[in-house]
Design a protein around this ligand. Sequence first.
Ligand code: ADP
Ligand code: MG
Length: 436
Amino acid sequence: PPCSQVVNYAPFTLLPSAVPRALFEQAYAVQQDFNLLVDAVSQNRAFLEQTLASTIKVDDFTARLFSIYTQVLEEGLAQTVFLGINRSDYMFDCGLHGTAALRQIEINTIAASFGGLTSHTTDVHRLVLKVLGKSEEASRLVPNNPAKGLASGIAKAWELYGSPRAVVMFLVEEVQRNIFDQRCVENELWNRNIRVVRRTFRDVFERGSLDGSRRLHMDGQEVAVVYYREGYVPQVYNQQNWEARLLLERSRAVKCPDIATQLAGTKKVQQELSRPGTLEKLLPGQPEAVARIRATFAGLYSLDKGEEGDRMTARAIADPDRFVLKPQREGGGNNLYGEELKEVLEKIKDSPERTSYILMDKIKPQPALNYLLRAHSPLQVSECISELGIFGVYVRQGQELVLSQAAGHLLRTKAVEHADGGVAAGVAVLDTPFLV
Ligand code: ADP
Ligand code: MG
């Protein structure tokens, strides 16, 4: 229930899951490149316009975000400090010869969650291993504290904003199901003597305002940083909430992310990034970064009108188990697989609606056994697969990148029978990598 006096424990695996050390290190090594890439895309109006042109004709939500984006650009940005917190998610694709490869599933540029709770999962698994008499293995678990890393980025942005009395505002859901994850990050900020308030879009609509230099004020306090943990699904936006979003975007406050960076995280952008030559154009003179990024890409295909889209649609209908069909949505549970993918594609193959989706090769990890512990669920051993996320944090002031780092990791594990869905969707559970 929407009440913080009644809580469930966050779901977790009983045991840590094996993760190939080389792939874990590869994921960390490419994170700063992804920070740079997302930041570059967010500043490239021509690229965003071109890439999203077909999508916004058929997808109202993306179109609405895009119209705020163009509106704030035309007014001229008041914001001068930029803060990105992202999480790049991967699975370990099991190749023909049994060697696993790191494959990016997506990069989340808004409300990337579980950095807080997962700062404690290593302790849980260390304890479990000790109870099992595995102290040596327990000592090998990699320390992990994304809450601290994310807070250090927020703190840097707050400091550069330059008003010591201004607060950090967490923009949160009306019904707060994952509040303790956010509190871990919040507490790190209070430890640095930075004041944090939690507000909803409705609060902003009712009580937020901009002054003459577009400084954002809430309840009589100036806001330096707006950290969105909400705002990535269409259902939360009524007319008032869209107005609140526009007000925030027009303000001088550091938005994490700004609307451009949210758009940089769409599935359509991800698909266009995989087109030959695109990374080179976005990151000129950085061939090593380009190569590291590209090495993590799975096959991604446009379904736009035209020869490529027609060909890929036909291939996916003929062989649906090889692919995943993705709309421009976040939060889990939106993708289509197998028979359902086939049915939907057959229905929309000749309609403009097709362009609201992208197609992706399906990644097939090697399953392993584990116990998934979830409140009110019976305990049983399950065949599981895992998804590794690396948190990235960066801060830019004007054109100067003043901070860019990998801020920790998240391992989520789910039973193989679920094709889709994260922890919030009730499918995956928190895990800790055991490097092998
Ligand atoms: P969302 O924005 O909804 O989180 P994702 O692209 O992360 O969308 O997909 C949701 C889930 O679907 C992932 O966590 C993963 O379990 C599964 N999934 C997504 N893409 C693939 C893929 N290419 N191969 C296998 N599973 C995938
Ligand atoms: Mg995801």
